[in-house]
Design a protein around this ligand. Structure first.
Ligand SMILES: [Zn+2]
Length: 235
């Protein structure tokens, strides 16, 4: 099995703007004061009309308040994936550049939009990529850009191997555990924790998107220039 960390190229360049419609608030760890906030989200879970929507925005609350708000979402969606502070809920909304036509479009290293034609080509090559709704507008004309209506929906998996720490800036706290503070130079993943059949998934500890070999091959065949694939180490 070969896996790749997949990222925008260049890494620092946002290629479109956007955010999830709702977010679980973030909090600072009461012990180490480090901000607990994730950048990923679940585009297929909508909170519309189900919660007090003003409370589910990007903001800072106490850990207690965060837990209360997370419990409300859990009671609405008993089978929902893990609800981390900062987790977004769909649809994803944003703007794309006026002349934009690239197949893969990055909003951050955690949010990837796929153009409809590219998604169809990837599906034809046999890849089953989970996506959720995105509502994108043209940056200049505010017209809808329906060719960008999918954001990749990633399963979040705790699978970072401890060897990564050697290549990362991190902090260890008795309350919130080991926290990787910056993108590690090298990424090691636990082989046993990795699902075999997913073209893409998210590493919870480092918020990295990981692609399998089939996805990497299929995307490279589209000749995309704005996406980098870097092999990761499996241990
Ligand atoms: Zn802490």
């Amino acid at each position: 099995m070969k896996l790749f960390r997949v990222e925008p190229k260049p890494r620092w360049a946002d290629q479109a703007d956007g955010a999830f419609t709702w977010k679980l608030p973030s909090f600072k760890c009461p012990t180490c004061n480090l901000l607990q906030s994730e950048w990923f989200g679940y585009p297929n879970l909508s909170l519309q009309g189900k919660v007090e929507e003003g409370l589910y925005q990007a903001r800072l609350v106490t850990k207690y308040d965060y837990l209360q708000l997370a419990r409300t979402v859990e009671s609405l969606f008993p089978d929902c994936p893990p609800l981390y502070p900062g987790t977004g809920f769909g649809p994803f909304r944003g703007t794309v550049g006026h002349g934009e036509k690239r197949d893969c479009l990055w909003v951050s290293p955690q949010k990837l939009l796929l153009k409809e034609t590219a998604y169809d080509q990837l599906a034809e090559s046999g890849l089953r990529i989970g996506t959720g709704p995105a509502v994108m507008e043209d940056f200049k004309t505010y017209q809808a850009r329906p060719e960008y209506r999918r954001v990749v929906d990633l399963k979040v998996i705790c699978c970072m191997a401890v060897q990564t720490i050697e290549f990362a800036e991190f902090r260890n706290c008795s309350e919130c555990g080991v926290r990787v503070l910056k993108r590690p130079e090298r990424l090691f993943l636990k082989k046993k924790a990795i699902p075999e059949d997913l073209p893409l998934f998210m590493v919870r500890e480092t918020a990295s998107i990981i692609a399998n070999e089939e996805f990497a091959k299929a995307v490279k065949s589209l000749k995309v220039k704005n996406t980098a694939f870097e092999p990761v180490d499996l241990v």
